[in-house]
Design a protein around this ligand. Structure first.
Ligand code: SP5
Ligand code: ZN
Length: 344
């Protein structure tokens, strides 16, 4: 399988995130992508740098105001104090409910709250460059399948599926899967399905396409009553307006069995087929792995082969986009298992 990789990913390397009030080492690290790259390369898959500019899809998926903020965020942070190179900015106020979200405060960390859904998306020196290069990775993979490749794999970070039109969240800044889907739409594919198998609901992708009838979003994930992102991902979210009926959430309780997970996968696959998808984007989170440090499903390497096999049976041009997965040392093998199953 062709794998497009992000040569700038390692510039996004924040040190810590907050867990129950403590600073803990970030789970989403450069090593994750490096493990996937070496596993794919070791198995003889071709690694390519991006060869397409995703600018037009980017402008369709994210808002200008948010993009302007993100592009300049690190320099604004440094302009407050040169010592800030050693610090991570942290949002100070989130404009929830009765507060105004049409205002852009001058205060940088207040504005960071406007553009964040949570406190868990740390910015670093190279965040914009890495995330923006990830857009080109996604666009390149979509172009490759439009030109006839059976599938292409995006090895990029930071991940993207929690990022919405105008906010970051859950380690995500720009929504790579949405960019891939939009690029496929802009090429020859009329009906694009996004299947999100990350442990966490892909709230950003869902919200981006929620009122559209040309992109179907399906997700299998830990029940948001107990699992991140908590505030979206329930079964009664089925799409709105033109998009009514084009959204499928299959939440499963934390601790669900592998059998239950594959039953949900079967439901999602049948539904995408029935809907008439002509291309597929897989938001491939590997945090469903039994050894994942922050998640509670129990898939094994063999189950990832089975996932790849099932996805291949949809018979669609397919773009895989790496999302989460935090058992870093096993991540490469698990990703390779999906590819092997798909190509079997
Ligand atoms: C892309 C993706 O998978 N994002 C996940 C974001 C999850 N954010 C919440 C993480 C909570 C970490 N809890 C640590 C538990 C350690 N015992
Ligand atoms: Zn996840």
């Amino acid at each position: 399988m062709i794998a497009y990789w992000n040569p700038l990913h390692a510039g996004h390397a924040p040190a810590h995130e907050i867990f129950r009030g403590d600073k803990v080492a970030c789970f989403e690290t450069p090593a994750r992508a490096d493990f996937v790259l070496s596993a794919l390369q070791g198995a003889g898959h071709e690694l390519r740098e991006p060869d397409q500019d995703g600018a037009s899809a980017l402008a369709q998926i994210h808002g200008d105001r948010y993009l302007d903020f993100l592009r300049t965020a690190w320099s604004q942070w440094l302009s407050l104090d040169p010592q800030n190179e050693q610090r991570q900015p942290f949002p100070s106020v989130w404009p929830v409910r009765s507060l105004r979200s049409d205002i852009e405060p001058v205060n940088f960390v207040a504005r960071l709250g406007l553009y964040s859904m949570d406190n868990g998306s740390p910015l670093a020196h190279g965040t914009w460059a890495a995330a923006r290069e990830g857009v080109d990775v996604a666009a390149s993979a979509a172009h490759a399948v439009a030109q006839g490749a059976r599938a292409a794999f995006c090895v990029s970070r930071p991940p993207g599926h929690h990022a919405g039109r105008d906010f970051m969240g859950g380690y995500c800044f720009l929504n790579n899967a949405a960019i891939a889907a939009q690029t496929l739409r802009n090429l020859e594919f009329e009906r694009v399905a996004v299947l999100d198998v990350d442990y966490h609901h892909g709230n950003g992708t869902q919200s981006i396409f929620y009122e559209r009838s040309d992109v179907f979003f399906a997700s299998i994930h830990g029940d948001p009553l107990t699992e991140y992102p908590f505030y979206l991902g329930y079964a009664d979210e089925t799409g709105e307006g033109e998009g009514a009926g084009c959204n499928l959430n299959l939440p499963l309780p934390a601790g669900s069995s592998v059998a239950a997970w594959f039953e949900a996968l079967e439901i999602a696959c049948k539904r995408l087929g029935k809907w008439g998808a002509t291309a597929l984007v897989v938001s491939l989170g590997l945090d469903t792995f039994e050894g994942d440090p922050i998640s509670h499903f129990a898939l094994t390497a063999g189950d990832f082969v089975r996932l790849g096999e099932r996805l291949a049976r949809l018979g669609l041009p397919t773009v895989f986009v790496l999302e989460g997965g935090y058992a870093a040392a096993e991540l490469g093998h698990n990703a390779l298992c999906v590819v092997n199953g798909f190509e079997a």
